[in-house]
Design a protein around this ligand. Structure first.
Ligand code: ADP
Ligand code: ASP
Ligand code: MG
Length: 412
């Protein structure tokens, strides 16, 4: 008997009809002799609706009550699926984060899982029940409800699979797997048979929202095999697993984009030790993570400093930076929310020369200006004007020959 964790995302539980389809798939898995833990998201669009409600009520920057509100979507779906399964003759029991319990720290809206109690789930599985767990939510040591960040149900599923040493964690979504780029903006994106944890980690953190980044970190750390597949059909999905050293690899295996970042430039900052610390310390104290940082060459003791922050933190970041800029006598602070980060990812980059120049040539041929560039061993990212995002993704996907017709062998 295998223990399988199945996670279903928002569109997969988007209506009672869809929930019934999920119940049939879960029931089939049980009929095949497996124990099943199901993790559910809220009905698609519901979490956004709850976020809007919280904001309309006056919530400006998250916090305890914000998480109380936005976590409720998942309570509805786990109850509904358990009812449907029960009506089909399968005993199912729903569990909220605090009933598992899924213990987290107290960083509301971005809480990290610290521990998972196995006992309650094991006891219910032992009674022959299907356990249906609310994704996205946890509880801190004092009993406060927390949430794991948008897309956090993926992390709930993988963390449960790791804690209970499940044989497989299946992520059911509205596409058939992990593609070379977002199939919703590039129709010839190719589904990958396999992708390594490291590449998936880069793709997720650079914007491929098919898996939440933290879920891939968990999967890699605890060696949880992940299968990403569609809840709408039976097509074979994508296996996210350890890197297979023997396989040939292309230089680039995927293209990603992220429109949820904003750029801040501090103009004519005095170029002396301690200035970067003064600028960035208040941001880190406020829990704002700074991504790309570019500092220009110094002219007459002054330099320009440009960096990106998550768009949701833009207003707070602008306030903090404007204050510091005054203190250090910088000339001005310029903010820009209409940017996007486009990246190419591939473990094969390590072994291939000319990847960066090909990316730059491709962008320049389309007249797309790259405002910032950053690289790591397995990725190159650039910041561009947001309106060129889709175009940039498509031309890069083409230039690196990633489409279905271009490659015969699958890569890992
Ligand atoms: P769920 O609600 O099931 O969690 P999400 O909307 O969070 O689903 O993630 C699935 C979506 O991720 C797809 O509909 C697709 O548009 C998007 N996506 C972005 N990049 C990729 C990629 N490289 N491969 C597959 N899907 C991607
Ligand atoms: N419902 C949550 C969200 O929309 C969590 C998830 O879907 O994974 O972000
Ligand atoms: Mg998701």
């Amino acid at each position: 008997m295998a223990l399988i964790v199945q996670k279903y995302g928002g569109t997969s539980v988007g209506s009672i009809e869809r929930i019934k389809a999920v119940a049939r798939r879960v029931a089939d898995t049980v009929d095949n002799g497996n124990e099943v833990i199901v993790v559910l998201s809220a009905i698609s669009g519901e979490t956004n609706r709850l976020v809007t409600l919280a904001e309309e009520a006056g919530c400006v920057s998250g916090g305890r009550e914000y998480d109380v509100v936005v976590s409720t979507g998942e309570q509805v779906t786990v109850g509904l699926l358990s009812i449907v399964l029960g009506a089909m003759g399968y005993e199912a029991v729903s569990m909220l984060g605090r009933q598992v319990p899924i213990l987290t720290d107290t960083f509301y809206s971005a809480a990290k899982i610290e521990d998972i109690g196995e006992g309650n789930i094991r006891r219910e599985l032992g009674k022959g029940r299907i356990v249906v767990v609310a994704g996205f939510q946890g509880v801190d040591i004092e009993g406060n409800i927390t949430t794991l960040g948008r897309g956090g149900s993926d992390t709930t599923a993988v963390a449960l699979a790791a804690a209970l040493k499940a044989d497989l964690c299946e992520i059911y979504t509205d596409v058939e797997g992990v593609y070379t780029t977002d199939p919703s903006i590039c129709s010839d994106a190719r589904k990958l048979k396999k992708i390594s944890y490291d590449e998936m980690l880069e793709m997720a953190s650079l914007g491929a929202k098919v898996l939440q980044t933290r879920s891939v970190q968990f999967a890699k750390k605890y060696d949880v095999p992940l299968m990403v597949r569609s809840s709408f059909n039976d097509a074979v999905g994508t296996l996210v697993c350890k890197e297979d050293k023997d396989m040939e690899r292309a230089a680039v295996s995927g293209v990603t984009y992220n429109k949820n970042e904003a750029k801040i430039s501090v103009v004519r900052v005095p170029d002396r030790p301690g200035i970067a610390m003064k600028l960035f310390r208040p941001l880190s104290d406020a829990g704002i993570s700074v991504d790309m940082i570019v500092q220009n060459i110094s002219h007459s003791g002054h330099t320009d400093m440009t960096f990106t922050v998550p768009e949701g933190d833009y207003n707070t970041a602008m306030e903090l930076v404007t204050k510091t800029a005054k203190d250090v006598e910088a000339d001005e602070v310029i903010g820009d929310k209409s940017i996007a980060k486009v990246s190419i990812v591939g473990a094969g980059m390590k072994a291939h020369a000319g990847v960066a120049s090909k990316m730059f040539e491709t962008m320049s041929a389309e007249g797309i200006n790259m405002q910032m560039i950053s690289t790591s061993e397995i990725k190159i990212s650039c910041v561009i004007e947001e309106k060129y995002t889709e175009l940039a993704v498509r031309v890069l996907h083409d230039a690196f020959e990633l489409s279905a017709g271009d490659v015969e062998e699958e890569i890992i």
